[in-house]
Design a protein. Sequence first.
Length: 431
Amino acid sequence: MKKLISFLLAAVTLVTVFTVSSGAYVYRIYRHGNYSYTFKGKDIQIVGYFGKESTVKIPSTLLGRKVVALSDDRPDKRGSWEDFNDIVDWNGNFEFGFWLNKYVETIIVPNSVKYISSSFFAECGKLKSVKLPSGLKTVSYGLFRNCKKLKNVSIPETVTKIEEEAFMNCGIKTFYIGSNVKKIKPDAFINSKITKFKVDKANKYFSSAKGVLYNKKKTKLYYYPSARKQKNYRVRKTVKRIEESAFYNHKYLKKITLDKKLKYIGKYAFYKCKKLETVNFNRSLKTIDKHAFESCYKLVKVNLKNKVTEIRAEAFSDCHKLKQVSLSENLKYIGKESFAHCPKLSSVDLKSKKKLTVDKYAFYECESLKRVDVPENTVKIEKKAFGIVEEYDKAMYDWEDVVLRGFILGVKYNSPAYRYARKYKMYYVYI
């Protein structure tokens, strides 16, 4: 009798067949009530939601089968359907997750669910509260991205990993990290309204101090709260590394002081800190990674101490008010476009005593920079590293790279700098 009822229910359920673009596999997505779903073995995998309720309690069973996943992943685990836009009927027959839902404010996920795929609840404009299931291990990529009104998420103690952009641009103010979280990916909290992190004391991997998120020993700074309105900040003296995106796009900081033990600044660490004017660099710093201070529009001066050996790609590019740069005697590498597009940069003190490589476009489009003296230990200068700007050619109706008018390169005879200057037919003087 139960089999007959299930068969009748399935018969009245809307069925649509989609073919993956490779043509090798066929998958069926069904609709029942407000949900679209597919089968995951003997269980149900909910693919999308259609309803307009403000409070949604996702069922633990559908058609007598257990709901074990909220996901657009293909059931054979070969990855997501290629280009889901080709599969979804945007007239309303099928939906992916709760994406762009305009009505839901509260979501309760049953404990039968063990997996929720990326972006499943993203872009829900009215979403305020979510209860995640006990047993969930990963808060997936972009899960609550751009849920700007989201204030409360009940995260179970079973969660061990938080993926990139999971809480990007969310409204949560105090974020609690449970005892079993082992890994938090970069960008997990960028542009959020977080003012404070709290970490369970039993957590073996993370800790917090004054609302800032660190590793357990506080030697790595992971995240500085995006919405904290403090203007001046001194990095804790125990910190040796500032990790990727730690201060990403911070809107309030004006001054940063780096303490003596810091050795590494990660990728995008201070990217687009638009009000940042002053960075007091410490003496132990060795590496500034890619894009670390890119687009810090108000940064005026960079004075790197003598232990810095490496400045990676675009580390200080697009710093529109940057005027003065003083570089380390131990510098070995200046990365691609590391100081490119800094229109007010007029002074570069390049004094390295090591074998120095200057990568391509390092000082490209620095139109106020009229002279650079290249140290004799410089072993390699890549293309368009110095003295090249973009100029509009009216005759050709196009932009082209030209030697900056009045630019002078200070060189040693027959050095890489000498050969560079001759290659680009720019004015040079012997130093």
